[in-house]
Unconditional design. Structure first.
Length: 305
């Protein structure tokens, strides 16, 4: 049975997130069960296996459920990334997918890296090492843009998987990803698909402010003092933690907008895995995507930022 890190005490999902909003947990469980999915099994096979899995005592200040809710929503987004990684691993070996083999290879590489980064960010964040966690958060955000670019541009994915040396990988990054190039490419594709970014809205202003904080974490400076004194608290960096959650949720929502054929491949992988035994998150990716998009929509509607 699952154990709390460093305690050996058996724990359920409800106990692990003690202090979170009962309404949020109930709604999430309902969304999972309505699709025939086992939330506890998915959580046990993803979050509980992370090295960043540990008690959340320092997150619960007794004031409200917001900090614990934030960790829960972050973990929900991690489960989606893990399911996409499993789908990509299987899809790489299937014939006749709508996405090219290079796209699936590129997505597998990026999501594998993202899981490592999310694991590290979770560990650093919960042990109150904020500056290091913010540095990783910035890299995760760039990888989100990178993954979306691969979904919308098969040639870019092919160039990525053809990089055979460190020099070639660095040149690829400089030419196609660095300096916001991937984000601009994705934005253009989203615009062509009928989505426009509100550059003056409250959500966009919040995103820009968080990205500015992420930038200060990369380079040593005198500011912000709360980060530089090494004593950052959970609440001082919670906005950046929420930012990563939103970026993962956006990755989920935008992936289906940018790549209309993605659903067909997700269904093909699910059918391929249907005859196997045991849990494979790759068979659940489409339904986990639905849940993730719903969580993004509700968070934005209720002013989660």
């Amino acid at each position: 049975m699952k154990t709390l890190s460093q305690t050996g005490t058996p724990v359920s999902l409800e106990r692990y997130y003690a202090g979170m909003s009962p309404q949020l947990l109930a709604r999430t469980r309902q969304m999972w069960s309505a699709r025939g999915l086992d939330l506890d099994a998915a959580w046990d096979n993803t979050i509980c296996r992370l090295r960043g899995y540990r008690t959340l005592d320092q997150c619960h200040d007794g004031i409200d459920s917001v900090p614990i809710d934030g960790v829960f929503m972050f973990d929900q987004a991690v489960i989606w990334v893990a399911s996409l990684r499993e789908t990509a691993r299987v899809a790489m070996q299937l014939e006749g997918t709508r996405l090219t083999p290079q796209q699936w290879n590129a997505l597998h590489a990026v999501t594998f890296r993202m899981i490592e980064q999310l694991d590290a960010l979770r560990l650093l964040f919960l042990t109150q090492l904020p500056t290091s966690s913010l540095q990783i958060a910035r890299s995760i955000s760039e990888n989100v843009d990178m993954a979306l670019a691969f979904l919308s541009r098969p040639k870019l994915a092919r160039r990525f998987v053809e990089c055979a040396t460190v020099e070639e990988a660095n040149e690829f990054w400089r030419r196609h990803i660095a300096g916001g190039r991937a984000f601009r490419a994705v934005s253009e594709q989203l615009y062509r698909s009928g989505l426009e970014f509100d550059q003056c809205g409250e959500y966009e202003n919040w995103r820009n402010s968080v990205k500015a904080i992420l930038g200060t974490a990369v380079h040593t400076s005198f500011r912000p003092p709360a980060l530089n004194d090494g004593q950052g608290s959970f609440r001082q960096t919670s906005d950046c933690h929420s930012f990563v959650t939103f970026r993962l949720q956006e990755m989920c929502a935008y992936s289906h907008v940018l790549q209309k054929s993605l659903r067909e491949d997700l269904d093909a992988v699910a059918s391929h895995l249907a005859t196997g035994e045991g849990l494979n998150l790759g068979a659940w990716t489409w339904h986990v995507s639905e849940i993730t998009v719903d969580q993004l929509s509700r968070s934005l509607a209720h002013g989660a930022t």
